[in-house]
Design a binder for this molecule. Sequence first.
Ligand SMILES: Cc1cc2nc3c(=O)[nH]c(=O)nc-3n(C[C@H](O)[C@H](O)[C@H](O)COP(=O)(O)OP(=O)(O)OC[C@H]3O[C@@H](n4cnc5c(N)ncnc54)[C@H](O)[C@@H]3O)c2cc1C
Length: 509
Amino acid sequence: MPDTKITQLRSPQLQHQILLSRYLRGQQQEREPLPTDRSRKPYTEGIYRLFHTPVPLQLSQRLRPPLMLSTHIRSMASAASSFKYIIVGAGNAAGYAARQFVHHGVKPGELCLIGSEPYFPYERPALSKGVLMNPKARLPGFHTCVGSGGDRQSPEWYTEHGIIAKLGKPVTSVDATAKSVVIDGGETVTATEAVILATGAEPIRLSKTPGHDLKGIHYLRENDDGVALADALQANKDKWVMVVGGGYIGMEVAAAALTVGCKVKLVFPENHLMPRLFTPDIAKHYEKVFKDKGAVFFNNGRLCKAFLGDDQAYVRGAKICQNGQGDIEEDASLIVVGVGARATTALFKGQVDMDQRGGVVTDATLATSVTGVYAIGDIATYPLKMYNNRPERTEHVQNARETAAHAVDAIMTGSNEPYDYLPYFYSRIFNLSWQFFGENVGDNTVIGDFDPKLLSVWVKDGKVHGIFMEGPSADDTANMKNVARDQPALDLEAFRQCKTVEEGWKLLL
Ligand SMILES: Cc1cc2nc3c(=O)[nH]c(=O)nc-3n(C[C@H](O)[C@H](O)[C@H](O)COP(=O)(O)OP(=O)(O)OC[C@H]3O[C@@H](n4cnc5c(N)ncnc54)[C@H](O)[C@@H]3O)c2cc1C
């Protein structure tokens, strides 16, 4: 942006943010005086050192740690208390919402992002698929929207677009009708046009299990959890790590632990992995991969009954009950719990209509029961158009991305287009990668044996309702989407006779 345009901006904070961003990008010449915002308090000592170090730094180094930059931006923007648009929660969905606001030409200073994590929005799935195994997979490397092939919206992207970020402190109360929120019991921020609620989900904690507060018990939801767990896995190489929970978080964490060089025990009560999606026939292929790598399974009715600690209050294992056959004690020097999540919506109770499971009920444009207030991502219970508008809450990243874009379209253009999501889920472990589209209802059949693919369909009333594939190509993915949408008729007996995945596809297309 030319300097004349910068000085035309009304807010000195915005002028300052743009100059600062240029400096970070190396566009501001090093010999020029560093941008300072004289209308604000001086930088904290940490910030001062970050920007005044005599050693030329790479951009990535200058941005570390993100907390400093976020704190800095927050301090610059704290005077503003009214914005056209506010997003509460600066996670995965919020990053995509910000992108869509920019796409629709939001003006500098109109949008404010408020998040309790001290980081700009990032692709949360990267925590279990990158951060745990790869020390180079760290922020700012996986800010939204890289997960869907979009631009990486680094902190300076927000600055350049005049998006005010108030990060590192939670919203502690909400007045939906007034479209205003209070941050950490202090600053009140009000929206004149729209508020988007995007507070995501939080892990269910085994807080009633004896020993739950021992050191060495981890959960995985936020970036800090991921980095702490990555360090803990490194420190526990060649030792036993216990993963409690057999869903996708449990599977991905177990795979990461094995990849890092830990030994793994998996504890979950169901009789196979991913019980909400996989059939036993699908699960057995993935279980074999884990077992071949040395993982030991404690499942089929077995539950973690208590965490056991040493005299330093550090976890040393767990007591597992064995389906009515007494308890056993299993050693582990680190335990990771992944037993599901629930919507982070306690703040919104009594403010907007909610369902019994804590979802914020929306219409087909993601609008809540209060005018001008929208809900996106994991918290939104929306009418799922392709299944007769049945209410659906979806804790999946693609839904976070798409609800975000859809709600912003409705806000910025007045569109009444109904949200039309195709249920989708994916996961990656080791060198495996699977995708699922549709719904897993009806009879299921599996073709193939990871050689290298596997194809599976759910058929109800003679039609395909759900389709699963290990190792899909881009063409396979496109075909899977079509199958899940079109629900073609399928002769299940003929499909069962197919010897290869390719033969199976011929019957589906
Ligand atoms: C480890 C992991 C792996 C995953 N892998 C996959 C996958 O492979 N495939 C898939 O489809 N999905 C996956 N998911 C799920 C996916 O990440 C979520 O569906 C997605 O993040 C939802 O986006 P969201 O913005 O609704 O919530 P989030 O991304 O959780 O963002 C919500 C943000 O709001 C903040 N917040 C909460 N309360 C407040 C408050 N009071 N004030 C301010 N801020 C607040 C939170 O701290 C958080 O930063 C994974 C999730 C995790 C944790």
